[in-house]
Design a protein around this ligand. Structure first.
Ligand SMILES: *Cc1c(COP(=O)(O)O)cnc(C)c1O
Length: 355
């Protein structure tokens, strides 16, 4: 396809990372950008200095929300190699989101190559400490500068990079989760399985309700009966019963997480009885009461694994180990971060290395 034009900033000094790397606040010197038009398809691929860009107030995405994104991470491994976790899965998912949102698909191989090129230029921005990484945010939005309720004719794809610190600076800590049946995040045949901006806007009211009650995240139930577990904010959810580790099956309203998929693969390799099925909130509560529920955890790129410390639904509070992460959560966290940081052999071939 097209070549990438590269315009570099003049760096006068070495990259100095801030001590306190809050998520999504620090951006690297450059970003990748590509345009789409009906005549030319995807074209004008370039890496250029990070900057603001002019947009028309009529830009389509502001009005009709045609926007999709991805989130993945590059790691500086213990031997100094730079590696990205399963990027081909992210670009495959980006194209699935694109299809549902009537956005033109991208050449997955080309965009992967462009991302690796950008990371190569920005490698000094990747923190070296364990738990730190470079968060990669590819996104596409409808950029036609006209109003009209229809898919945009023009799009922009961008990739921006943020060095990020560990999700749990005080160590791997369990999180309190609030189950709501007052709001719905997504419905089957809707857009729940796409990483699209609207899903997050739809989730904020429920998120605010959880915060007010002292909980950090919402566990969403299904859109029809508000009875079956779906997922948590930006994480998929797992439940460990005494003889089974299970996660809600992908049904069209759940985001197919790459960390979720990786956990299923690891668990199968460890000979756990792993299933993907319907899990009702009542089954969770009843199993807790009967002593059959061992632990629950969330999976996602940002935190990798989040152990559930407490779960509230209506007046029922399930109390897990409040200060200590669950055994299986911890084991999975160590396995995944071990593979990502090159401490554990990459037996699945998940890491893509910078050459
Ligand atoms: C990104 C995301 C996840 C987790 O996906 P990963 O690929 O594991 O990072 C789960 N749920 C939602 C709603 C998400 O946006």
């Amino acid at each position: 396809m097209n070549d990438i034009s590269i315009e570099l900033v003049k760096r006068t000094s070495k990259v100095v990372l801030p001590d306190n790397l809050l998520f999504g606040r620090t951006f690297t010197d450059h970003y990748f950008e590509m345009d789409y038009s009906k005549e030319k398809g995807w074209h004008n691929a370039k890496i250029k200095p990070y900057s603001e860009f002019p947009v028309s107030p009529a830009t389509m995405v502001f009005h009709y929300g045609q926007a999709i994104f991805e989130g993945l991470k590059a790691y500086k491994q213990i031997d100094g190699k730079i590696a990205v976790f399963r990027p081909e899965k992210n670009f495959e998912r980006l194209n699935n989101s694109a299809e549902r949102m009537c956005i033109p698909k991208v050449d997955e191989k080309f965009i992967l190559k462009a991302m690796m090129e950008l990371i190569k230029i920005e490698q000094d921005w990747i923190p070296t400490k364990k738990g730190y990484s470079l968060y990669i945010r590819p996104f596409i939005f409808g950029s036609d500068p006209i109003l009209g309720v229809k898919p945009s004719d023009e799009y922009k794809l961008m990739i921006i990079l943020c060095p990020v610190g560990p999700y749990y600076p005080q160590g791997f800590k369990p999180v309190p989760i609030y189950v709501t049946d007052q709001f719905v995040r997504a419905a089957k045949k809707g857009i729940g399985e796409c990483k699209t901006a609207a899903n997050y806007a739809a989730s904020f009211a429920g998120q605010a309700e959880a915060k007010k009650e002292g909980y950090s995240q919402v566990l969403w139930l299904d859109g029809i009966e508000q009875k079956y577990l779906e997922e948590v904010g930006a994480m998929n959810i797992f439940v460990q019963f005494k003889d089974e580790v299970t996660t809600p099956m992908l049904n069209g309203s759940i985001l197919p997480g790459i960390t979720r998929l990786s956990c299923l693969q690891i668990l199968k390799g460890w000979n756990y009885n792993t299933t993907e099925r319907l899990i009702s909130i009542n089954e969770v509560i009843d199993s807790y009461k009967s002593g059959n529920l061992v632990e629950m955890f969330g999976t996602g790129t940002a935190a990798i694994i989040s152990s559930v410390g407490r779960l509230k639904f209506h007046d029922t509070i399930l109390q897990f180990n409040e200060d200590k992460a669950g055994e299986l959560s911890t084991k999975l966290y160590e396995e995944l971060t071990g593979i990502q940081f090159g401490e554990i052999e990459d037996r699945f071939g998940w890491m893509t290395y910078l050459d």
